[in-house]
Design a protein around this ligand. Sequence first.
Ligand code: PAF
Length: 284
Amino acid sequence: MSELRVVSSCRELVSVIADYRKQGRSIGLVPTMGALHAGHLSLVERSLAATDLTFVSIFVNPTQFAADEDLDQYPRPLEQDLEKLSRAGADCVFLPDVSEMYPGNCTTSIEPPQVSRRWEGESRPSHFGGVCTVVLKLLNLIPADVAFFGEKDFQQLAVIRQMVEDLNVATRIEGCPIVREPDGLAMSSRNVYLSETDREIALSLHRTLASVAEQVAQGETDSHLLMAEMRQKLIDSGVSRVDYAVIADPTTLEVVEEVEGTVVALLACQVGQVRLIDNCVIAR
Ligand code: PAF
């Protein structure tokens, strides 16, 4: 097990980074909200392979939760998280509290880019503003060479890529593949809230995406037909609500008329108490 350095204050973090920089070592950053699972650990692994030092941040960011969302209930198994990061070989974990990240006099926030407005942005209007603000703050505190984000949050990745480009942030953003449970459910910290019945229903997200990919492989290109079928399959399998089930351009996230080149199938559904998202990139 490597020695995991735990830093809680911005002041200490800045001096730790300065020391590492003097040694000329490259830095990777994996921003998380904790409750770490194999998906997060795959980002840590990727960072360990690509950079000299791997920083992980654990911060349940209040500004990306709406008032009626699960901020207070969000899982915070800190001891297990630190154990996992130690075992994985991460070098440093940044563990600020809310007052450290958002002191009382902090009134600046980021207006997220255009690509944030559709899909998740419609269901969660304040979400990406909070994500962009905290990610930019983290990248300012930890000016990593590369920052790693999971493709499970496909729109989040597109939003962050655009923000980093628009605001001339030097860090390269790397997207990493979705990690799934053996039965296909995309790993998520919120999966722990699923009842046994809901867990069965939740499998329909992955099955629906697999079926779209299969239909495209067999030559179907009419995206409106495919989108209607996606929605119907999800409803038939018992999800409580479909927020969106679309086939879109992977950069702009605008709906495409025809499946040509590379597209992304994106969906979000309510299953019992849990809102789940999943996606699949399809190349034709
Ligand atoms: O994906 C997440 O866990 C969060 O949105 C992030 C990127 C750590 C920002 O709080």
